[in-house]
Design a protein around this ligand. Structure first.
Ligand code: WTA
Length: 650
């Protein structure tokens, strides 16, 4: 065993109790209190969730809490509410009117503070502008924007009108954007001329121009952010022409609790991304409850979740959760190392950020850049740290705690998914002793477990499927346009349970250790990608006959993409082709999917029925010899050749 794995075993067995000063002021102050809440939720789930839901503003209260017929859940039936009223109006009508809702820091150094009163005016204007463009309840609006306050305004304006949004991360290419716009049948796209990233302009409007050709899109609203030159068509309108001039008053309608709030595309095990559909009441209850409990949020906090709004974390913990709680949200547009590797720490110091929530990939990058960068700044405003998106290795956890948290801040390692809408497994910072690398225990109301395929529970420390046994309000309701796929994917694998792809084990204390995906989904720098999606992109290239994509462990990104490619006969398998293919994937999907390595192979290992044996490729890509069962392999020689070509290169 290497020194670092011995260290990691030693760290894994350590436990950090919540600091007594933190617990003293926390909402949930001890493990006993957590357990009491958990028991109450378990004994009377509907009563528990009804109590949680009653903290929101409902125009009409629900008649029934839950209707559950596996796999279909309906929550707060008959209830009506408006999300933007809950996130904005009710605070603007209170003593929070002049409190900062959003503190914005642009990459080039511009900044803005927007109060709840101002946010309300902006959201109303945007809602009026969208309504004037013909957007009605039920119409899909695609949002492809940089991380600027107008992105949050656009989201909230959609919710005000009951128009579900579908946000596409700005790092996705024109092709990926086109697929999503087409699938959602979006009527309007909201974008910007460009966004700042590492000193460069991301040409968002150009991508939209290419993506909307021949689509259902009637109007494109364009925010001026970078003043880069853009092409203009009769479809386009400037944000400042339609929004700034609209009335700042707008009467919000309430929508049915089960009215769709948004759809967000995420990768599954096929080549086609899935539009995960969330609804108004249940989602907002989940986002609000988890933000309050996990981040122990209070009015004085400056809450910074570094995720982009293009991912679910940005939906739930940049916009809906914190704003529904009346918090002050920090929003930053650009890269963490622009202009220098201490940009995040500079922002924390400048604005007095108190709660900081980021991804393990970012933490590992900070570690690599060196301790001197955070050390240059006063980070004493921080009181709580969070981690999300991928398993955090104990070394990164310890570094985060010491270098960023000053050994003083609790860390919440939060496990959840696009499909779950909100955090499911996480410490409560004032109550749960933490163990580096474990997401600890499920939140009260969340019936998580680790089971075998037949649904029977695993023994302590035995690996199995991570499942949720009871419905929860912010669970996905369907895959847009494909309810059968929804039922099969999430409720068809493990008897009677929700299962979405992760393996885990529970230790003797009931702590969950997430072991990563057990399906063909890979997690690169906290971004979910399907191996099939990357494979489809590769085989769409005229020089490629066949491709198989796997993830291999990567120190920085968690996983890196390795593609095994068989070129068409007569094609030269050289560096130039590898480069061409890497670029091709970036154009088809986005830079985030660009393979780290392309490996050319005359043949891929397959079973007799022709199925590519990815498990073997994973082992080859990780540099280990294929140890597992290879008896179903059709041609044993293929594997040896692949392994040899690897050994020669390394
Ligand atoms: C992984 C992001 C370990 C997991 C919120 C899950 C995690 C997938 C953690 C969902 C964590 C997320 N520890 N793994 N704390 N959080 N994951 O949909 O594999 O982008 O299934 O949602 O990320 O990714 P998604």
């Amino acid at each position: 065993m290497s020194t670092s794995s011995i260290e990691s075993v030693l760290t894994e067995t350590r436990s950090f109790p919540p600091p007594p000063t933190f617990s003293a002021h926390a909402r949930v102050k001890s493990l006993a209190e957590y357990e009491q809440l958990d028991r109450r939720a378990d004994e009377d789930p509907e009563g528990f969730w009804a109590e949680v839901a009653s903290e929101l503003h409902w125009s009409k209260k629900w008649d029934r809490v839950l209707d559950w017929k596996l796999p279909d859940a309906k929550w707060f039936l008959g209830g009506r509410l408006n999300v933007s009223v809950n996130c904005v109006d009710r605070h603007a009508a209170s003593t929070r009117r002049n409190k900062a809702a959003i503190i914005f820091e642009g990459e080039p150094g511009d900044s803005r503070v927007i109060t709840y009163g101002q946010l309300q005016r902006e959201v109303c204007k945007a809602a009026n502008a969208l309504a004037a463009l013909g957007v009605k309840a039920g119409d899909f609006v695609a949002i492809y924007m940089p991380m600027v306050p107008e992105a949050a305004v656009a989201m909230l304006a959609c919710t005000r009108l009951g128009a579900p949004h579908t946000i596409i991360f700005g790092g996705f290419s024109a092709e990926a954007l086109a697929d999503r716009i087409k699938d959602a049948k979006a009527k309007v796209v909201i974008t910007a001329d460009g966004g700042w990233r590492r000193g460069q302009i991301v040409p968002l409007k150009d991508n939209v121009d290419r993506a909307v050709e021949g689509s259902t899109v009637e109007k494109v609203v364009v925010l001026k952010r970078c003043s880069n030159e853009v092409k203009w068509t009769s479809r386009d309108v400037w944000w400042h022409d339609v929004v700034d001039k609209a009335s700042g008053k707008h009467e919000a309608q309430a929508f049915d609790s089960e009215h769709p709030l948004f759809s967000l595309y995420t990768s599954g095990t096929t080549g086609k991304p899935k539009g995960i559909v969330h609804t108004t009441g249940g989602y907002l209850v989940g986002a609000t409850y988890t933000t309050k409990l996990v981040f122990d949020l209070r009015d004085e906090d400056v809450f910074w979740c570094t995720a982009d709004i293009g991912w679910v974390t940005g939906h739930s913990y940049v916009v809906y959760g914190p704003l529904a709680n009346g918090a002050t949200v920090m929003m930053y547009e650009g890269a963490p190392n622009q202009p220098g590797p201490d940009r995040f720490w500079e922002i924390i110091e400048k604005w007095g950020v108190t709660v900081f929530y980021t991804a393990p990939t970012a933490i590992r990058a900070f570690m690599k850049w060196g301790d001197q960068w955070p050390a240059k700044h006063d980070l004493s405003s921080l009181r709580l740290l969070g981690s999300v998106g991928e398993p955090i290795n104990p070394e990164a956890w310890m570094w985060y705690r010491k270098q960023i948290g000053g050994d003083r801040c609790p860390i919440v390692d939060t496990w959840w998914q696009t499909e779950t809408g909100g955090i499911m497994i996480s410490p409560l910072p004032g109550a749960t002793p933490t163990k580096p690398g474990s997401a600890t225990r499920p939140l009260p109301g969340i019936a998580a477990d680790v089971v075998h395929k037949d649904g029977t529970p695993c023994k302590p420390n035995e690996g199995g499927f991570l499942v949720i046994k009871k419905p929860w309000p912010s669970m996905l309701r369907t895959i847009f346009g494909d309810h059968d796929r929804f039922a099969k994917t999430y409720f068809g694998e493990v008897q009677g349970c929700y299962f979405a792809g992760d393996g885990a084990r529970k230790d003797q204390d009931g702590y969950f250790w997430i072991m990563g995906r057990v399906d063909d989904v890979i997690n690169v720098a906290g971004h979910r990608l399907s191996t099939m999606e990357v494979e489809s992109a590769l085989v769409s290239h005229p020089k490629v006959a066949e491709a198989a994509v796997v993830g291999r462990p990567d120190e920085l990104k968690g996983q890196a993409i390795v593609a095994f490619v068989t070129p068409r006969s007569g094609m030269k398998a050289d560096d130039a082709l590898a480069k061409e293919l890497r670029e091709h994937v970036a154009t088809q999907i986005g830079a985030l999917a660009r393979p780290e390595e392309i490996r050319f192979a005359d043949a891929l290992p397959k079973t007799r029925s022709g199925k590519i044996m990815r498990r073997l490729l994973r082992e080859v890509a990780s540099g280990s010899t294929a140890r597992g069962d290879t008896t179903t392999l059709e041609d044993q020689g293929v594997l040896e050749t692949l392994a040899q070509s690897f050994a020669q290169d390394e």
